[in-house]
Design a protein around this ligand. Structure first.
Ligand code: ADP
Length: 642
């Protein structure tokens, strides 16, 4: 950039998305505008954290004796409120990236969701995202940000009236390190009230009490004239005395005894941490003592954060503190990725202050902490499951898919995750756990049966369930697309094997068992005929006693992937070999006899019927026939003939 370019303000436009976010924020959060101050103080505190953290490796950035703090300046006459921090600051690029665009693709997608949401759920959604800096425009008609990044010389001024544009220009030479945000408050009475001392004091107390840095403000009092003994002089003059007061108690919440912390305080801390609008679903606060000392304060959010499946997002949302000092955000060593929805802080006295991501990898202390945290979170989830069924159903809806990743990753020792799973089942509309299923099993049933697919009604009328219905056995309906991946690793629960109702091993009806053995020889030519007709496309044709009404069904051979898994993997661009399936024919169906006759007398009709049989078996399980045009022609011909 040339000097002249730097001196004249550049006028830039907000990204279109920022503008729509601004509009949404301003209109949806109207009744809760005071949170703007919380958001700005949170940002300031983050900026101080960042500076302190960066200074661990570059000590020059933070000269000794330089006290990190946030200060608030009120100017009722000018109508301005200014929030100042001496933290990391921003350079020109930072300003443009942070206060002019929506950085992550997740945010964009989120914005789409937000537009579609109705006015009532909108504030909750916005809450998850964290309106942050942009909330200033709820109360201000102009915002001026003056900032200098730690370690850099030039300072910058960013200004906007929120109307689609902002300017950036170079600031005066001796700009202080850090960021100074001045809000020119809107003229309304309500907005102006945010300039009063008591209001600022109240908001800081309510929302930001536990911020670890002092949040200060100059307070002016009229003090009476005092005599030599320090007593007020009668009829004496009063004079104005200004002093700087710290408005917050600065106690990290997690270090206070649990019994003294109210639900509101936990909720406020949670909101500060996550920017979530809702209260947390669960609070987990404990102190570990003994050889390894640490405190953990974890939260399970009510709703699933919108970016949980964004692979560019961190795989953990816990921050690591060492003796109250934040040393790392999003510390992946503290929880496995399948608990990435848990938010919170861990504070340990046993780690060095200058930890880095590298030194934390394979750190045995963190491994121990992780083991304990996982155990705690799973216990709390299990308790919620047994004690608050409705609340748990919501939690499961939000996080079930993510928790199942843990099973897939092999972390389900003692069924500690699978016991939390809720599944649909043929037993009724209510979801069931595996344990409840096992409890309902009759004496004649040894295994846990499931059928996977994406549509409950298709599964319920699937031929695979016929034998189960005839014996009154319950089958779990696995409707989540990740279930089949999970089942790849979940083969046993409570000593019972999980078996696929669409797999090679079926359940037979007793009467049919006899028919089956008598067909062994008699039906052999029919099976051979069908086998020759289908060739490589079908692995095997065999009689089955698992059907009652349907003439045929396709089952997946041992070790092969189910059709839906194959579809999913192919859709992800994976190349797979053909995995031919097994065609099972209902041994008691009248069609068997008819097919036998045709095979002997009319080769052409036999071929047509064979294709019809296969086509309808595919349709019944929700898959398309291999040649739909031929299939529908055959059906039409059949109808004409009938
Ligand atoms: P969020 O804080 O949720 O990331 P914001 O819109 O509030 O979103 O802020 C966007 C970014 O601007 C922050 O991530 C941070 O990088 C930067 N920022 C905001 N306030 C400050 C500040 N006081 N000092 C330094 N950087 C800041």
């Amino acid at each position: 950039m040339t000097d002249t370019a730097a001196k004249t303000p550049d006028t830039l436009t907000f990204e279109a998305e920022v503008q729509s976010l601004l509009d949404l924020v301003i209109h949806s959060l109207y009744t809760n505008r005071e949170i703007f101050l919380r958001e700005l103080i949170s940002n300031a505190s983050d900026a101080l954290d960042k500076l302190r953290f960066t200074a661990l490796t570059d000590a020059e950035l933070l000269p000794e004796g330089d006290e990190l703090c946030v200060s608030i300046e009120r100017d009722e006459e000018a109508g301005t409120l200014t929030i100042v921090d001496n933290g990391i600051g921003m350079n020109r690029e930072d300003l443009m990236a942070n206060l002019g665009t929506l950085a992550s693709s997740g945010t964009r997608r989120f914005l789409e969701e937000l537009r579609e949401a109705d006015a009532k759920t909108r504030p909750e959604l916005i809450g998850q995202f964290g309106v942050g800096f942009y909330s200033s425009f709820m109360v201000a008609d102009k915002v001026v940000v003056t900032t200098r990044k730690a370690g850099e010389q030039e300072g910058w001024i960013w200004q906007s009236a929120g109307g689609g544009e902002y300017t950036v220009e170079e600031a005066a030479e001796n700009t202080q390190r850090g960021t100074r945000i001045t809000l020119h408050m809107q003229p309304g009475e309500d907005e102006q009230s945010f300039l009063t001392e008591w209001k600022v004091r109240e908001i800081v107390r309510r929302y930001s009490d536990f911020i670890e840095y002092p949040v200060t403000m100059d307070v002016t009092r009229n003090e009476p004239e005092l005599d030599d003994e320090g007593k007020p002089v009668e009829d004496g003059e009063t004079k104005e005395v200004t002093s700087t007061e710290t408005l917050n108690s600065m106690k990290p919440l997690w270090n206070r005894p649990k019994a003294e912390i109210s639900a509101e305080e936990y909720a406020e801390f949670y909101k500060h941490l996550t920017h979530d609008w809702n209260e947390p679903a669960e609070v987990i606060h404990f102190r570990a003592e003994g050889t390894l000392e640490y405190t953990a304060l974890l939260f399970i959010p009510k709703e699933r954060p919108f970016d949980m499946f964004d692979s560019t997002q961190p795989k953990s949302r816990l921050s690591l503190h060492v003796r109250k000092v934040m040393v790392m955000n999003d510390c992946e060593e503290l929880l496995p990725p399948w608990l990435r929805f848990v938010r919170g802080v861990v504070d340990s006295a046993d780690l060095p202050l200058n930890v880095s991501r590298e030194t934390l990898q394979d750190n045995p202390l963190l491994k121990k902490i992780q083991t304990r945290l996982v155990k705690k979170v799973l216990e709390v989830l299990d308790k919620r499951r047994t004690e608050q069924a409705d609340g748990y159903a919501e939690t499961w809806k939000a996080y079930g898919t993510i928790l199942k990743e843990g099973i897939y990753m092999g972390d389900d020792g003692d069924n500690r995750i699978s016991k939390l799973c809720l599944f649909q089942s043929t037993a009724g509309a209510a979801a069931t756990t595996l344990a409840q299923y096992v409890e309902r099993m009759g004496d004649d049933q040894e295994d846990i049966w499931y059928l996977a697919g994406n549509d409950r009604s298709v599964l319920e009328s699937s031929p695979h369930l016929e034998a189960f219905k005839s014996q009154d056995w319950e089958v779990l309906l696995m409707l989540d697309p990740v279930d089949e991946w999970m089942l790849d690793r979940l083969s046993e629960f409570d000593g019972k094997t999980l078996k696929n109702a669409a797999g090679g091993e079926g359940v037979s009806t007793e009467e049919d068992g006899e028919a089956l053995s008598s067909m062994k020889e008699e039906g052999a030519p029919l099976l051979t005929g069908l086998g020759e007709h289908f060739g490589e496309s079908i692995k095997e044709v065999r009689f089955s006693s698992r059907l009652t009404d349907s003439p045929a069904v396709l089952v997946t051979a041992e070790g092969a992937l189910s059709p839906s898994m194959q579809r999913m993997m192919r859709a992800n661009g994976q190349e797979l070999p053909d995995m031919p399936r097994i065609l099972e024919i209902n041994v008691t169906h009248p069609l068997v006899e008819r097919l036998g006759e045709l095979r002997a007398d009319d080769a052409e009709r036999f071929a047509d019927y064979a294709d019809l049989l296969l086509g309808q078996a595919l349709l019944a399980e929700g898959s398309p026939p291999p040649d739909p045009a031929r299939f529908s022609r055959l059906v039409t011909e059949l109808m004409v003939r009938a």
